[in-house]
Design a binder for this molecule. Sequence first.
Ligand code: SF4
Length: 326
Amino acid sequence: MHPFTYTRVASTREALDAGRRGGRYIAGGTTLVDLMRETVEQPEALVDISHLPLREVTATERGGLRIGALVRMSEAAAHPKVRTLYPVVSEALELSASAQLRNMATIGGNIMQRTRCTYFRDVTAACNKRDPGSGCAALEGHNRTHAILGTSDACVATHPSDVAVAFAALEATVHLLGPDGARTLRFADFLLRPGTTPNREQALRKGELITAVEIPALPRPLKSGYLKVRDRQSYEFALTSAAVALHIRAGVIREAKVAAGGVGTVPWKLPAVERHLIGQRPSAALWAEAAAKAADGARPLRHNAFKTELLTRTVERQLRVVGGTQ
Ligand code: SF4
């Protein structure tokens, strides 16, 4: 591990000052410390923000829910409002990592976590994300767990977060605070596809801090849930996943929010699936027809063509679980 300085800040102002000077924010540290041990990341200055007052879950005036960036994953999953209003968020969190990690890791850290591509973590391998311009060992290497959507010639790594898939489905926003003030980004604009610069993963400006994730108000009743398909039943990342939320009134689907995980370089929103559902009556045939659009545009690699069919089946099953067949 390379030498670094460590500063714990007590106020947002102190944090922003340190961030402006190039300090790297750390809270739960469940990703960054691992990467520092492996010398994948070598920050010179760590700024511990874990004592900032960003640990509240609050209902918004607009009828949504605001989750502070430093709320622990386990706290968010267990929060009565999250459980009641957005089960898809609770389920995505509870299917992530281990209980110990969920007790440490924060919501802000979770959506910032870096890919699990093994070549990214192997400092002897070519990796454009870790070392821009060095190439991508995964393109010709073992790529069974890699992305089939949103890829580029520079990078095919998946985004590893589960709860980010739920946030993408629900069209959450990310609240940021930086040296130039506060701003809010749509979740879809916060995480970046790799393009030619896979080393740039979020639309953050220098020194900006995530303060909260906000889920918008959605029509009620809203049924929602998260399905994660993986090689083993716990402590494993998704091969495919589906976050689904449906508002069904008088037997007709009025609102549909659907996204997939484990298949995209970012959490993958499925607007074609959503459009196919709205205005229709739930039925087994409808779920199958809508899910058939989930893998539109997929570009499988040598070892992960199975994900195309698996994604379709994952989405179909979760539509059936959430929507039933009334
Ligand atoms: Fe690096 Fe992305 Fe290629 Fe993995 S897929 S080796 S993270 S450039």
